[in-house]
Design a protein around this ligand. Structure first.
Ligand SMILES: [Zn+2]
Length: 150
């Protein structure tokens, strides 16, 4: 059998499938794209320098009504990472699917029911809360379920 061209990228997509199953998220269909140019720089809210940005390694865009999601990832960056870190990136993105029903509900409330002012910070707050919840679920799955420790 020929060597895989991008084994780390294959590891990532296989890990997404594994975590989807482990986290009971198999009702979601995920289209995965190796497309670093589609990733958006994000502010790190609690970073050492406020306002500094970083481009994520992967970014998932769920469409809850259809249970589909587009997952963009940075293949060249994954090529340089450890297997464990790649697995954690995959897990984290699947955690966003678990949180998505509440994220979508809150986004709808913000968009349709909350008066908007000049200081329209709700999208930023929602984004930060979404990351915190996804990271929390990720850590439970990573460290809290002993039989899942790879
Ligand atoms: Zn995230």
């Amino acid at each position: 059998m020929a060597a895989k061209k991008f084994p780390k990228r294959d590891l990532f997509t296989e890990a997404v499938t594994k975590w989807k199953d482990r986290l009971w998220a198999n009702d979601w269909l995920i289209d995965m794209y190796d497309a670093p140019d589609k990733l958006h720089a994000q502010e790190i809210p609690d970073g050492p320098v406020k306002g500094t940005g970083a481009t994520p390694l992967a970014e998932i865009t769920p469409r809850l009504a259809y249970l589909t999601a587009a997952l963009y990832y940075d293949g060249p960056a994954l090529d340089e990472m450890s297997d464990g870190d790649i697995d954690t990136v995959a897990l984290h993105e699947v955690c966003h699917l678990v949180a998505q029903p509440l994220v979508s509900l809150l986004a709808n409330v913000i968009n349709d029911a909350v008066p908007r002012g000049a200081d329209d910070v709700y999208a930023k707050w929602l984004g930060e809360a979404n990351e915190r919840v996804a990271t929390h679920i990720e850590r439970i799955a990573r460290k809290g379920v002993k039989e899942w420790v790879d």
